[in-house]
Design a protein around this ligand. Sequence first.
Ligand SMILES: [Zn+2]
Length: 222
Amino acid sequence: MPSSWVSVPAVLLGMLFVPGSLAWAVSEAGPVVAHATVRGHDVPVYRIGELEAADTQQGMDGFAIRVAYALHAWTREHGVEAIGNLCRTPDGTRWGSVLLTVYAHAASPRTNACPAGMQAVGVDVHSHPQRQRYSVNSIDRLFLRDDLMYQAMVATRPDAFSADDYAQPGYVVGRIHLQFQEGRGRDRIVWDMGRPQPPWGGAGPGPVPKREGRPARSALSP
Ligand SMILES: [Zn+2]
């Protein structure tokens, strides 16, 4: 591995916006629903989709699994991170999520965006690049450490939470697993992404593998 490949954690862009407060501008990359300013640069936030489903026996995990399949497929195609904030109707019968991206490998926009009529539950699901190294793009450069600003390739760990991911409870879908954490040492594997996708609105995704408590990182074999 060339010395210019340095392992860095992905970071979450910790910004909030109220959906509907900004007019959408459509670009080739999708509708822009918000803007962030990072190191003096404008970072557009793009909307890439929206999901809704009835609650199931698996509750939040069940819907997170559904969101994870969408994010996993989108990231496999585009290479960069995407994120979905988990939302619910006030009566708890339906879940929903607005899927967003800033087209970075190293950051996702953490927001309170929700489908109409739903409220954020304070937990989101984001994807990590599925390769162990990636080419740094112009948005990544805004988030990476200064000493990495001019590196062409950066190494990463698809199935590991980054330090910044622990800022609040959340799920991450890497290459192999969907995982959940609510603090360091309190993470668990929720789902094996190699399993068939559960049916939408059906009886639920079926039994979740009983692997709670297993250290997530032990599943990694770089
Ligand atoms: Zn992350």
